[in-house]
Design a protein around this ligand. Structure first.
Ligand code: CP
Ligand code: NVA
Length: 307
C-alpha cells in the first residue's frame, strides 16, 4: 500500500482546541442520531488489547460497526505480538490489512512505537501514561451536563495516573481549571504537569477538601490501576482520606456532578452514596465513550472534517 498522510490520537494535545471542539460537536451528533453516515464502509479496524477492558472494547467495536467498518479484537495472548513479534513488524503488517489500529497496552512508548511504524491512524485506548478517549468522553459529559467546559473547575481526587495526566492535557488545551489532590508519592507525570502549568490554571494539592472547594465536577479513579495489583495494600494505606464521599461532594458547588471512568471500587475511592447517588453521571459518561470514539474514528479513518 502506498504511504499516505495520516494522523494518530495518542494524547489529547494531538488535536488543537478547535479540533477537540469539532470532535465534541460530531460526537453529540452521533449521540442524537443526527449523524447516520457510514464513512468507514469496507474498512478494517485492528484493536490490540494487552490489558483487560469492558467499555473500550465494546464501545470501539460497536462504534466501528455503526460507521461501516469491521473491527477485530486482537488479544495479545492470541496474536504473535504475545510470542515476541515486534511492535514495529505488527504495525507494518496490520497497516496492510486495516485502515486504523486501536491499542491498549502498558508502556506509552509501545503505543508511540506502533504509531511510528503503522501507515494508518493509531488510537490510544489507554496506556500507563494516558487515557485520551476517556477524557474526551468526560469532557463531552461535562458539556452535556453543565452546558460548557469554559470557566468550569474540575477536581481530580486520588492517583496521579493515566486519567489524571490526560485531564491535565485537556485543561492545558481547553482552558478550564483543574485541581488535583494526590497523596505524596502519587503525583501525575511531572513533564505533563509542568507543561500545563506554564499557561493553564492547574494546581496540585494534598488535601481533597481543598481541591473540591468550588468545583463543578468531582472525578476519581481506582487506587491501583491495571498492572499495579500487587501494590493494592500499600495503596489502600496511602490513599486513606481520599475517598469521594457525600461530605466531600457537599464541599463542591451545588450543581456539581461526579464522574468516574469505571471500573469502580465502592468503599475504596468512592462511596456508594456518591457513585449511585444524585451527583453521579457515570452511566452517561460510559455511554459517551461510544460517541466520542465514533467521532475520532470518522475523523481519522474516514476523513470526516472536524474544523
Ligand atoms: N473506562 C475504561 O476504559 O473502561 P474499560 O477498562 O472497561 O475499557
Ligand atoms: N487508571 C485505570 C483506568 C481504567 C480505565 C487503569 O489504568 O487501570
Amino acid at each position: 500500500m502506498a504511504e499516505r498522510v495520516h494522523r494518530d490520537f495518542l494524547t489529547i494535545p494531538d488535536f488543537s482546541r478547535r479540533e477537540l471542539d469539532g470532535l465534541l460537536t460530531l460526537a453529540e451528533q452521533m449521540r442524537t442520531g443526527a449523524y447516520v453516515a457510514r464513512p468507514l464502509a469496507g474498512q478494517g479496524l485492528a484493536m490490540i488489547f494487552v490489558k483487560s477492558s469492558t467499555r473500550t472494547r465494546v464501545s470501539f467495536e460497536v462504534g466501528a460497526v455503526q460507521l461501516g467498518a469491521h473491527p477485530m479484537f486482537l488479544s495479545s495472548r492470541d496474536v504473535q505480538l504475545g510470542r515476541g513479534e515486534t511492535i514495529a513488524d505488527t504495525a507494518r503488517v496490520l497497516a496492510r490489512y486495516c485502515q486504523g489500529i486501536m491499542i491498549r497496552t502498558f508502556a506509552h512508548s509501545d503505543c508511540e512505537e506502533l504509531a511510528l511504524h503503522a501507515d494508518v491512524p493509531v488510537i490510544n485506548g489507554l496506556t500507563d501514561r494516558h487515557h485520551p478517549c476517556q477524557i474526551l468522553a468526560d469532557v463531552l459529559t461535562v458539556v452535556q451536563q453543565l452546558g460548557t467546559y469554559e470557566g468550569k473547575v474540575i477536581a481530580w481526587i486520588g492517583d496521579g495516573n493515566n486519567m489524571a495526566n490526560s485531564w491535565i492535557d485537556a485543561a492545558w488545551r481547553l482552558g478550564f481549571s483543574l485541581r488535583l489532590a494526590c497523596p505524596e508519592g502519587y503525583d501525575p507525570d511531572p513533564a505533563v504537569l509542568a507543561r500545563a502549568q506554564a499557561t493553564a490554571d492547574v494546581r496540585l494539592v494534598r488535601d481533597p477538601a481543598e481541591a473540591v472547594e468550588g468545583a463543578h465536577v468531582v472525578n476519581t479513579d481506582v487506587w491501583a490501576s491495571m498492572g499495579q495489583e500487587q501494590e493494592q495494600a500499600d495503596r489502600v494505606r496511602a490513599f486513606a482520606g481520599f475517598q469521594v464521599d457525600a461530605p466531600l461532594m457537599r464541599r463542591a458547588t451545588r450543581e456539581a456532578i461526579f464522574l468516574h471512568c469505571l471500573p469502580a471500587h465502592r468503599g475504596e475511592e468512592v462511596a456508594s452514596e456518591v457513585i449511585d447517588g444524585p451527583w453521579s453521571r457515570v452511566w452517561d459518561e460510559a455511554e459517551n465513550r461510544l460517541h466520542v470514539q465514533k467521532a475520532v474514528l470518522a475523523a481519522l479513518m474516514g476523513g470526516v472534517p472536524i474544523t
